[in-house]
Design a protein around this ligand. Structure first.
Ligand code: SAH
Length: 400
């Protein structure tokens, strides 16, 4: 597989874009559906094998298009059945994707960025820094890769992946357009055809993007709240300083306002002595009052160098009971795949950091790469670099 292929990658092309591509080859629109079904229902990646497509189109496709998959670097099974893959992108950076089988479902946890720029202080991905957003084909490519590896089937009831959560590396709403386009393919019956309730975006709370989401995609929303007041949340989720709780909650309410029976899932990492006291539970219940909610308490998954410890099981139990007594369905999320570092917040991939957070020499491409492709090393003048790197990446989110 050529990393520098100039052929069009058919993975990740939304239905309309594929139709347009085929129209450019003089083909009718129904060909797009045929090709999508070959790729996403049957897992066929060799256009030669798409047998209901005319020979001449297959020959043309072989010249100008291909189905390029992300390549696995490693495949780690956990003792509890969880499976983690390290996938190499064409740029050489690696991301992580995790499959979590349960009796009644199979959940695929996918990444939306190479690293993460949000710097949540309890998250291992954050310590690795940030490189870039994933493209649509890199996002949906994780699903296709996992589906093919686990055994793909045109028969929906036989599919291993029943749910997809954007809870891997990255903040999905910072990579808004690509995430929305990839979700369209997850929901499209000609692609993965998942029900909207089985696809979940998890966000640290990028408020303008939550507002924008209302009109563009209808899936489940999980919000990493992690604290019951701004003082604690500012410390855990620095994005809160820009979009505090008082702005976050109305945006979440609005997201589910016209969606009957929908709830926001609140994620709350349990950190000993930081956010796990009875008063925090009561404060959280007060905060969420009136919002249709489910609460997931996540035992903190430790990683080297962290300043935090997980709350004790007894404390988590008491915290949970307070929320339940206040009327909130609350579960303690089972830690899965921790023996292979596949649990929440443990996904780190392997990539070149562009933010200096990895604390080592970094290579940074000039911000105005349109004029030069020169790779700058850490010897680049610190004033210029500091300015560029201190710019939070979520600042670039535009609500157009
Ligand atoms: N950026 C998104 C999605 C990625 S993280 C978000 O913030 O929601 C997925 C979930 O794992 C989030 O709720 C995140 O806060 C949680 N998480 C991160 N690090 C963790 C850790 N060390 N232990 C437990 N949960 C963690």
């Amino acid at each position: 597989m050529k990393a520098d292929s100039d052929k069009t990658n058919l993975i990740g092309l939304p239905h309309m874009a594929l139709q347009e591509f085929l129209a450019g080859l003089g083909e009718k629109s129904y060909r797009a559906v045929q090709i999508m079904k070959w790729i996403y229902h049957h897992g066929v990646i060799d256009t030669e094998e798409m047998s209901n497509i005319s020979k001449s189109l297959r020959q043309t496709l072989a010249q100008c298009a291909e189905v390029r998959l992300t390549e696995p670097v490693s495949d780690q099974p956990s003792s509890d059945g969880t499976r983690k893959w390290l996938l190499r992108l064409e740029c050489g950076n690696c991301i992580e994707t995790v499959f979590i089988p349960e009796t009644d479902r199979g959940t695929l946890c996918i990444s939306s960025q190479v690293g993460c720029a949000l710097n949540c202080t309890f998250c291992s991905t954050a310590t690795q820094g940030f490189n870039r957003n994933l493209t649509v084909h890199e996002i949906i490519g994780q699903v296709l890769f996992a589906a093919r590896t686990l055994g793909i089937s045109p028969n929906r009831s036989k599919r291993k992946i029943t749910n997809i959560v954007l809870m891997g590396m990255g903040e999905p709403l910072v990579n808004y357009d690509n995430v929305v386009a990839a979700i369209d393919l997850m929901l499209d019956d000609n692609a993965f055809g998942l029900s909207k309730r089985r696809v979940t975006i998890s966000t640290a709370g990028l408020v303008p993007a939550i507002h924008k989401l209302v009109d563009s995609v209808d899936v489940s929303l999980a919000v990493s709240i992690h604290a019951s007041n701004d003082q604690v949340r500012d410390r855990l989720v620095p994005l809160n300083k820009k979009y505090p709780i008082a702005e976050l909650l109305p945006a979440c309410k609005q997201y589910i306002a016209d969606k009957p029976h929908r709830k926001i899932t609140w994620e709350y990492v349990m950190l000993r002595g930081v956010n796990d006291l009875d008063e925090h539970a009561r404060e959280l219940a007060q905060l969420l009052k009136g919002i249709p909610s489910k609460i997931n308490l996540i035992p903190f998954n430790s990683f080297p160098g962290t300043e935090y410890e997980c709350s004790l099981p007894d404390r988590i139990g008491k915290f949970r009971n307070i929320l339940i007594n206040q009327g909130f369905p609350t579960i303690v999320r089972k830690t899965r795949g921790d023996d292979i570092d596949a649990a929440c917040g443990q996904l780190v991939g392997s990539f070149t950091d562009r933010t200096r957070r990895q604390g080592r020499a970094v290579e940074i491409q000039r911000a105005n790469g349109n004029t030069s492709n020169v790779i700058q090393t850490s010897a680049v003048k610190s004033t210029e670099r500091d300015k560029r790197e201190s710019e939070p990446h979520y600042e670039k989110f535009k609500t157009t």
